[in-house]
Design a protein around this ligand. Structure first.
Ligand SMILES: NC(=O)c1ccc[n+]([C@@H]2O[C@H](COP(=O)([O-])OP(=O)(O)OC[C@H]3O[C@@H](n4cnc5c(N)ncnc54)[C@H](O)[C@@H]3O)[C@@H](O)[C@H]2O)c1
Ligand SMILES: O=C(O)C(=O)C[C@@H](O)[C@H](O)[C@H](O)COP(=O)(O)O
Ligand SMILES: [Zn+2]
Length: 371
């Protein structure tokens, strides 16, 4: 049996464990019991996850004498909204969740971001536990405490930093995940290699196919390595103030603009947007003479076998570069009117560039839209 790995996250506001290992969802009751003093597990999930996992997770809580109660939401990015936040918040009040309790988020990044935000405002803050069921949530969104909803002005623009009390990442959950979602999550895995770990990038080039095919050891390695990297960065810069955490945003300034332009939905998943955005950040780095072109194309080549698109022309957008840059003006990294870009000077090293001229970005994007 593959061993369980525990990674400790020591953020300024809170510290907690991320436990990674197969079978964890079947033992969730055991691991969560100490965080549920009333003997009740208030679990929020979405319909797809409930269809695959509600019964097993219920059994696991019942076996430890904990009563599971469920709120089941619609799946998809549109659920990260004011309306669904109100629904979760009202339900948590109905359940009598106290400040010392935890609410549980069983699902992908959508459920994790939404429920984490609801926990951050429930009675001015209660605990929450992340039970991530997508690759993306296991390697990224369940850890680090960024919680948010989307609003018409843009992605994740209303939210809070609120750390979970525990994260259980069970690679078995990925067995029921649709292939397209697995691929999208893989973009955030490769991101860690590109931004700070060249050997891990090479490992992804060699082992990506095994990971995608379901090899548990490969999945464990990818999840644990990603979480270790994220834990290190969040430990150094929880609230994205020093510049260290902003590097985790590699590909997101371009990616969020593409998500906004495609309407935050199934047309372009977050992970797909990040894959495209990372290639754009790399090609822009090359255009500015900071990265060899071969480096940018190596990043694209690492994403393509996972079925991820690396050309924005494939999206068939009717907009121009200026329009995408307009979306970028809502980016939360903006400070004193300057939008820093996460660029790359070699695979394994990203940096923040504060001297990027937006007209230059728009021209670059015009060319990419025709590429
Ligand atoms: N907070 C952060 O640090 C952070 C980091 C990265 C991404 N995010 C956010 O995460 C969101 C994307 O998350 P996601 O990619 O996990 O998408 P998601 O939560 O929409 O889940 C993807 C789809 O897979 C289904 N699903 C989930 N787990 C399943 C399983 N085990 N079996 C069957 N179906 C399953 C869901 O119902 C959904 O349809 C975006 O909103 C993004 O902004 C946040
Ligand atoms: O944890 C972080 O920090 C990240 O940037 C991780 C990203 O993958 C994630 O998509 C995050 O939600 C983006 O943050 P935002 O601040 O740009 O909304
Ligand atoms: Zn992301």
């Amino acid at each position: 049996m593959t061993e369980t790995r525990t990674i400790h996250v020591a953020a300024a506001s809170a510290s907690y464990d991320v436990i990674v290992g197969p079978g964890l969802l079947d033992r969730a009751g055991q691991h969560c019991a100490q965080f549920l003093p009333r003997g009740v597990a208030a679990i929020v999930t979405d319909r797809n996850v409930a269809a695959a996992w509600q019964e097993r997770v219920s059994v696991s809580f019942a076996a430890t004498g904990i009563e599971p109660r469920w709120l089941i939401l619609d799946p998809g990015e549109a659920t990260k909204s004011w309306a669904e936040l109100a629904r979760v918040s009202d339900w948590m009040l109905e359940q009598g969740i106290e400040r010392g309790d935890c609410v549980l988020a069983l699902g992908g990044g959508v459920i994790g971001d939404l429920v984490g935000f609801a926990a951050s405002i429930h009675k001015r803050g209660c605990g929450f536990i992340q039970l991530p069921t997508t690759l993306l949530a296991q390697v990224d969104s369940s850890v680090g405490g960024k919680t948010a909803i989307n609003v018409p002005a843009g992605k994740n623009l209303v939210g809070a930093f609120h750390q979970p009390s525990l994260v259980l990442a069970d690679p078995d959950a990925l067995e029921t995940l649709p292939t397209r979602e697995l691929r999208a999550g893989y973009a955030e895995v490769i991101k860690y290699g590109v931004l700070g770990d060249a050997p891990f990038f090479s490992w992804c080039e060699a082992n990506g196919p095994a990971l995608m095919a379901g090899d548990t050891a490969a999945r464990m390695h990818a999840i644990a390595t990603s979480i270790e990297a994220k834990a290190r960065i969040v430990g150094e810069d929880e609230r994205e103030t020093s510049g260290a955490r902003a590097l985790l945003n590699l590909g997101h300034t371009f990616g969020h603009a593409l998500e906004a332009e495609t309407g935050f939905g199934a047309a372009l998943l977050h992970g797909e947007a990040v894959g495209l955005g990372m290639v754009l950040a790399a090609r822009f780095s090359a255009a500015k003479g900071r990265l060899e072109e071969a480096g940018a194309e190596r990043i694209a080549a690492a994403l393509e076998p996972a079925g991820l698109s690396t050309r924005i022309a494939d999206l068939g957008l009717s907009c121009n570069g200026d329009r995408l840059v307009e979306h970028m003006l809502h980016d939360k990294k903006m400070a004193a009117g300057v939008l820093p870009f996460v660029l790359i000077d070699r695979i394994g090293h990203a940096f923040l560039a504060r001297d990027v001229v937006l007209a230059e970005v728009a021209r670059f994007l015009d060319a990419e839209l025709r590429r």
